[in-house]
Design a protein around this ligand. Structure first.
Ligand code: ASP
Length: 581
């Protein structure tokens, strides 16, 4: 080793010892003959010191040559510091430089490599390897490592085996767009990168692996929304001879273990909610249950009172913002403008204010008597001081809008504390959703998901009503994982493909390998996958998954550091049989 200790090691017990450190120069200060150097590595910072007249002349000269981010090796004696620094663990000591070697000088970095940096996003992405030297950034990757190793430890104790599945696979039309890779040896043909190892993990169940997992890269060529990465990581899992309940228990166990080891938090039992209830009470399949403010449906109390907008609406629904009766007219107007923004899209908002004196004031007093308003307030379980906010429209649209409003009110009222973790299972998702654009049914989870046996008879007659044995895990309003009980019999899988608009030939061409495997003794099986980057960002208390990825892509899917994607040589194109003209 070039060093005896790291820059985070030295304490008062090392005083008078001779040691050697290696690291990067964070900064130097030169004051009247005394020179201090902060030397950094990933373990911490140690203060080095040299003094004119005390330290040998050539050494002082060399110390004066040091610039930011020079890589140095220094030997010397540990001494007690005169002015101690209780902000860093090595703050009691300093190292008196006796020998110093510049291992590599450095150009002045394009931004400050300190906790508070002056570098903007793009610049830091371009020099990501320098950004990664910063404590705050490095700690995020350490957290990621911790989550990964805790995951492996837990799944190991449960007899899971990690198996790698291929990265060059075949494109299928289901789901998101695939990234494709041209095959030189098979001109005109392409591999696709996996959106998930779904079919492979199912095949592993047919092979008898019984409990599989993989911390695995997945690829989806989607239009990038704020916090999506074209390549991301999943904790992908599958089990045989299990029912939904077993999956829920096993992976609640995993999440419990992660919270305990990574955050030191003992999780409560994870509540469960049906998809139907989640939509009805929160207008979302991933409700944030850190706070209540559940939806209250008001059709019965508000219709046929002469207010045309409510009369015409499929659903009149509201939330009670506790303690918000103090909102002024102006505040409410602003909130109304907020729900009318295109991102939310409501046409308007009705409010009923429950004044402290017990009187009820609404924006539609013309149509509703005090009695009417009282009945509505009772339905909301509202108290003096509360503010009821009501939207109306088509069921799906208005639920979405009110979900936005509920989350916004949750933010305003400080009810969404990132240190408070509420985990939830959402169950019984619909098997299918109708896509107006392509005018056909799509699998809501994926085509390998099993319908609930009790709904099987509705599969042809009322596909919309068929529920799936599919589940999502939601933490603080974010979907962190999802999976399903699988179809494991060929005839049902064939029926499913038919429902999804595949001809038997198409189904055979794309998924024949899986259906044939089902004919060779496929066990009942089920599984789940967790968004690993997302879990890390949640544990880190951050909204951005990008921070938890060593070398992420930017919002346009570019790696600005290596400048990718990029064009390739004509020669390469020719070899691949690709003609760009
Ligand atoms: N493969 C699925 C996904 O990536 C998860 C699963 O069903 O296990 O969403």
């Amino acid at each position: 080793m070039l060093r005896t200790h790291t820059c985070g090691d030295l304490r008062s017990e090392h005083i008078d010892q001779k040691v050697t450190l290696c690291g990067w120069v964070q900064k130097t200060r030169d004051k009247g003959g005394l020179i201090w150097v902060d030397l950094r590595d990933r373990y911490g910072i140690t203060q080095l010191i040299a003094e004119e007249g005390v330290t040998a002349e050539p050494i002082v000269k060399k110390v004066r040559e040091l610039g930011r981010e020079f890589v140095v090796k220094v030997s010397g004696t540990v001494k007690e510091r005169e002015a101690k620094n209780d902000k860093i663990p090595t703050g009691d000591i300093e190292l008196w430089i006796e020998e110093i070697e510049i291992l590599n000088p450095a150009k002045l970095p394009p931004f400050l490599i300190e906790d508070e940096t002056d570098g903007g996003d793009e610049l830091r992405m371009k020099y990501r390897y320098l950004d990664l030297r910063r404590n705050t950034v490095r700690e995020k990757l350490r957290l990621r490592h911790k989550v990964a190793s805790a995951t492996r430890n837990f799944l190991d104790t449960q007899d899971f085996i990690e198996v790698e599945t291929p990265v060059l696979i075949k494109s299928t039309p289901e789901g998101a767009r695939d990234f494709v890779v041209p095959s030189r040896m098979n001109p005109g043909e392409f591999y696709a990168l996996p959106q998930s190892p779904q079919t492979f993990k199912q095949l592993l169940m047919v092979s008898g692996f019984d409990r599989y997992y993989q911390i695995v890269k997945c690829f989806r060529d989607e239009d990038l929304r704020a916090d999506r990465q074209p390549e991301f990581t999943q904790i992908d899992c599958e089990m045989s001879f299990v029912e939904q309940e077993d999956i829920l228990n096993t992976f609640e166990g995993l999440i419990r273990h992660l919270f305990k080891t990574v955050k030191g938090i003992d999780l409560d039992t994870v509540p469960r909610m049906s998809y139907a209830d989640a939509m009805k009470l929160y207008g979302s399949d991933k409700p944030d249950i850190r706070f209540g403010m559940q939806f209250v449906e008001l059709n019965e109390l508000t219709q046929n009172k002469g207010f045309g907008i409510f009369d015409a609406a499929e659903l009149v629904v509201g939330i009670n913002a506790t303690g918000c009766a103090s909102y002024s007219r102006k505040d409410i107007d602003k909130l109304t403008d907020w729900v009318k923004r295109p991102q939310v899209g409501a046409k308007g908002m009705v409010y009923i204010k429950y004044n402290e004196d017990g009187s009820l004031k609404s924006s539609v007093d013309k149509f509703y008597s005090d009695e009417d308003k009282k009945a509505i307030a009772e339905k909301f379980d509202a108290k003096p001081g509360d503010l009821m906010l009501i939207l109306s429209g088509d069921i799906n649209t208005v639920r979405k809008q009110l979900n936005e409003l509920r989350l916004e009110m949750g933010n305003r009222l400080g009810l969404r504390n990132p240190d408070d973790y509420k985990v939830l299972w959402v169950l019984d998702f619909p098997l299918l959703e109708f896509d107006e654009e392509s005018n056909r049914w799509h699998a809501m989870h994926h085509p390998f998901t099993s319908p609930k046996p009790e709904d099987l008879d509705k599969i042809e007659s009322a596909p919309r009503e068929v529920r799936a044995n599919a589940y999502d895990m939601v933490i603080n309003g974010t979907e962190v994982g999802g999976g399903s009980v699988r179809i494991f019999e060929k005839p049902l899988q064939q029926q499913m493909f038919k429902l999804l608009g595949f001809t038997p030939e198409e189904a055979e061409a794309q998924f024949g390998f899986l259906m044939s495997a089902f004919e060779y003794g496929a066990p009942p099986h089920a599984g789940i996958a967790f968004g690993f980057d997302r879990l890390c960002s949640l544990f880190g208390g951050s909204d951005s998954i990008r921070d938890y990825i060593a070398f992420p892509k930017n919002n346009s899917g570019r790696d600005v550091m290596i400048d990718s994607p990029a064009s390739i040589d004509d020669e390469q194109l020719k070899e691949l049989g690709i003609d760009l003209k």
